[in-house]
Write a protein that binds this ligand. Structure first.
Ligand code: FAD
Length: 486
């Protein structure tokens, strides 16, 4: 049985060390910077027990994302589950519990990859997946080294402990010290997996480990960024940022003890990288993320349609064409999900497990990172100045003197002021607020940096077929064919 929202919220009251604005947060479920988002996540858990969605969201008593897919149909069913949760936040909660659940299922599909010369993490990887699924736990992840100096390896930074590394072995486990960026939603999770998804240099052996620990593990500190939820005036004024601010935090490991049974890879540069790329973990992430991205574009396109209808511009041909372009982008986002499923692959040595097709999944990162900023720009252009010319807060609408003025001047045919202000405030929260700007950065970077994934696409893509086709054309004519053909 999956957890209720209340059970999930209770699990967050565990003494975790979360910092915001120079103060330690006593309880994320009650703090004004976090509580609404925690409640939004709790609703996801309640949906999984709701008779209307339980059969879509769960399988074998756990969230469906924990299931290791064994067929195309399993992938389709998993995507249906992803879609229900994505729609619940209109695509604005990216790292919902189903994201890393898919990653854990990826480990369980190919545990032998965790068996290496110096350390055997296979049982721990299987146990990780089982522990999360059975406890319906919320797994989060920090897999990126802090930027500091991107031209240097982890072990060559100005100080030894800037990037998480092993500092000692003790009875029963290891002690780690250092930092990782960026723990999205980590403050709302039950466990954080700490690793590295990008290649490590051969000399980075001390930094080449992956482990997962409970969020309240002593020495684990989360330094939260600005809270958009905390800055929100009200749900009416900031309908998205007040409820779906999943937060991002710097993770600091201050001599954290990690028991051996929590270690998945240890002092092995290749295994620490391969666990994401040679198991289905990464493509499973993309399956969740691509479904959420498609949902978010549907939502933003819906905003564009409502905005242009409210401004009575919807039927102007250039505006209808812009809506058509956005609808084309929605179809493109959807097509990537369906195509990744249709091109599913067997997992290497995966005992019958399958995963979404790699080529399409990897390409989704390129499409989404480029498409999102373009779509936002397009909708902003349709919106004009109305999204700025708004009362500072709902208070003006309720004010005896100002309310009638707002009602008179901020309206359009068929749209009384309250409806129009409500819509425009939602649009600005989605498109132009600081929260919206973070989302643009998220869509560009959460999959990794373009300079990394573009290289990967070129190396791993089927460049031979493209080249062969171009060569076939070249070999079909020669220098002596100088006469134009009729
Ligand atoms: C909102 C948000 C949420 C995130 N959440 C998570 C999370 O939950 N967990 C997690 O593990 N990570 C998370 N990330 C981190 C994400 O994985 C990284 O942002 C991503 O891997 C890129 O790394 P970087 O930000 O350090 O950029 P960098 O690697 O520093 O790259 C930034 C830019 O610098 C230039 N550059 C840097 N190095 C090179 C080079 N060698 N060659 C050419 N150009 C270069 C490029 O222009 C590049 O676009 C998140 C990121 C964002 C923005």
């Amino acid at each position: 049985m999956t957890r209720s929202g209340q059970e999930y919220l209770a699990s967050l009251r565990d003494g975790r060390e979360v910092w915001l604005d120079g103060e330690r947060v006593a309880d994320v479920t009650r703090h004004a910077a976090f509580r609404n988002t925690a409640a939004s996540i709790a609703r996801l858990y309640d949906l999984a027990r709701d008779p209307r969605y339980a059969s879509v969201l769960t399988a074998d008593g756990a969230h469906r994302a924990f299931k290791v897919p064994r067929s195309y149909e399993d992938l389709v069913e998993r995507r249906r589950a992803y879609k229900v949760w994505a729609e619940s936040s209109f695509g604005f909660l990216g790292r919902t519990p189903d994201c890393m659940a898919g990653g854990a299922a990826g480990f369980a599909a190919a545990p032998e990859l965790f068996t290496t010369d110096g350390f055997d993490g296979a049982d721990n990887a299987v146990a990780y997946h089982r522990r999360l699924a059975e406890g319906d736990l919320y797994p989060t992840f920090t897999l990126t080294n802090p930027q500091i100096d991107r031209t240097k390896a982890a072990s060559e930074q100005e100080e030894d402990d800037l990037v998480v590394r092993v500092v000692a072995e003790k009875d029963g486990g290891v002690v780690v010290r250092g930092a990782k960026m960026i723990g999205t939603a980590a403050v709302f999770g039950n466990e954080v997996i700490v690793g590295t998804i990008e290649p490590l240099a051969p000399q980075d052996v001390d930094h080449a480990l992956c482990f997962s620990v409970p969020i309240d593990t002593p020495g684990l500190k989360f330094l939260s960024r600005t809270s958009y939820e905390g800055q929100a005036r009200s749900v009416f004024d900031n309908p998205l940022s007040s409820r779906f601010d999943e937060n991002d935090a710097l993770l600091v490991c201050d001599d954290v003890f990690v028991p051996w049974e929590r270690v998945l890879t240890y002092r092995n540069v290749d295994a620490t990288f391969d666990m994401w790329w040679r198991t289905p973990a990464y493509v499973n992430f993309v399956h969740q993320a691509a479904t959420r991205f498609w949902t978010k574009l549907e939502f933003l396109t819906g905003i564009a349609i409502l905005l242009t209808k409210a401004n009575n511009t919807y039927r102007l041909p250039p505006v209808t064409q812009a809506i058509g372009r956005l609808m084309g982008r929605v179809a493109q986002a959807k097509a990537f999900v369906l195509a990744a499923e249709a091109s599913y692959e067997q997992v290497d040595g995966g005992r019958g497990g399958v995963m979404p097709g790699k080529e399409i999944s990897f390409a989704q990162r390129i499409m989404a990172g480029e498409l999102y900023p373009a779509a936002v720009q397009e909708i902003k252009a349709l919106a004009g100045g109305g999204v700025i010319q708004l009362p500072a807060s709902a208070e003006d609408l309720l004010h005896p003197e100002l309310g009638p003025l707002v009602r008179k001047y901020i309206r359009s045919p068929g749209h009384p002021a309250e409806d129009r202000v409500k819509l425009l405030k939602l649009a600005w929260d989605a498109l132009g607020s600081e929260f919206a700007s973070r989302h643009e950065q998220y869509e560009r970077f959460y999959h990794g940096a373009p300079h990394v994934y573009l290289m990967q696409q070129a190396w791993e893509g089927d460049t031979d077929s493209c080249e062969a086709l171009a060569r076939a054309c070249l070999s079909g004519y020669a220098l002596d064919e100088r006469t134009p053909q009729r």
